[in-house]
Design a protein around this ligand. Structure first.
Ligand SMILES: Cc1ncc(C[n+]2csc(CCOP(=O)(O)OP(=O)(O)O)c2C)c(N)n1
Ligand code: SF4
Length: 312
């Protein structure tokens, strides 16, 4: 099945299905959809290391597993160190003429907590050493697996169990850490954002990242009905609205040069994205206005960088 695909409109969908049906993700989970799409794009010749989190727990409840490819469960802290070792070790074996001989892709995956907080040091080390691997971050904007605790990727104003909205607080008071810029600051050959609202763009970026020689990083936006308190049929729509409002722009960075992939002539009001989500429902008008200003400012900054340092 490796390499085979079927036509869907003007796009091709890989037949590879290395994540078997049968898992325990919540109904309507955006992370489950992103994982399925990424696995299709990655194909069969892949070794995956995965930090603890929803994607790990929901695909490997012992004694069963959904994985049809070599897959390693790692700690948060050592995910990128583990894939570095797998890549370096198997390349030495191949140089000595031993199996595996195929063109294997090395992929590490983790949630936003695993990536932007606890696993950041090992990830930075692996990017800096220049290992030939792809890192995929599933960004549902909190530590969801253990009960919706805030992470450094939780956006301003969101209510979580450890930064709850109430009489004395509006919820998260800090701004979302920009992981793509941190990855790109290592001057790696490929860094990008993707969203489940744009599934073909997502698959293309995962494929491109996996085929890049050297380190690649793709940050994937995955709405979470349980943690964001949105309807279970809204994950894909919110994945689109985040892009259309400028909350989560789609772009690529190659050695410091930028390309915006979707740039609407006018952005939709941020309120359209915030309103369907229970985690933002407490926000008064002035806070929504403040979020709109933050989004406008960050979007303009990104556009300026893309204009000043464009990708050919
Ligand atoms: C060092 C460490 N701290 C805490 C935990 C407990 N823990 C397991 S899964 C998890 C949440 C993972 O969150 P994230 O990485 O954002 O992925 P998600 O579940 O949201 O997909 C936590 C805190 C742990 N396993 N290791
Ligand atoms: S908590 Fe959120 S990310 Fe985790 S399985 Fe449920 S919907 Fe998916």
């Amino acid at each position: 099945m490796e390499g085979q695909a079927i036509k869907f409109g003007k796009n091709m969908v890989p037949l590879a299905d290395t994540l078997a049906p049968g898992h325990s993700f919540c109904i309507g989970c955006g992370e489950a959809l992103a994982l399925k799409l990424a696995c299709k794009a990655l194909g069969e010749n892949v070794i995956i290391s995965m930090a603890t989190g929803c994607a790990e727990i929901c695909t490997s409840p012992l004694p069963v597993t959904s994985w049809r490819v070599p897959w390693i469960h790692t700690l948060f802290e050592n995910n990128s160190a583990v894939i570095s070792g797998v890549e370096a070790g198997s390349k030495i074996l191949m140089a000595k003429g031993k199996k595996p001989q195929k063109d294997i892709k090395y992929v590490a995956m983790g949630g936003d907590g695993a990536t932007s907080d606890i696993g950041l040091q090992a990830l930075s080390g692996a990017l800096e050493r220049g290992h030939d691997f792809l890192y995929l971050c599933w960004d549902n904007e909190a530590y969801m697996n253990t009960g919706i605790q805030r992470s450094s990727a939780t956006p301003y104003g969101a209510s979580t169990t450890t930064a709850p909205a109430g009489k004395v607080s509006i919820g998260q008071k800090t701004r979302k850490k920009n992981m793509v810029e941190i990855a790109a600051a290592h001057d790696i050959p490929y860094a990008a954002t993707a969203s489940i609202g744009y599934p073909f763009d997502l698959m293309n970026k995962v494929k491109k990242g996996a085929e890049t020689k050297g380190p690649a990083y793709v940050h994937v936006f995955v709405p979470c009905p349980t943690g964001w308190r949105h309807a279970s049929d809204m994950a894909v729509e919110l994945g689109r609205l985040a892009v259309e409002t400028g909350v989560f722009p789609l772009y690529e960075v190659e050695h410091g040069r930028y390309r915006m992939n979707v740039s609407p002539s006018t952005l939709k009001p941020v309120e359209e994205y915030l309103k369907p989500q229970g985690r933002f429902r407490h926000l008064p008008e002035e806070e929504i206005r403040k979020i709109q200003e933050m989004v406008n400012e960050e979007y303009e900054r990104l556009k300026a960088k893309a204009a000043a340092f464009p990708l050919a």
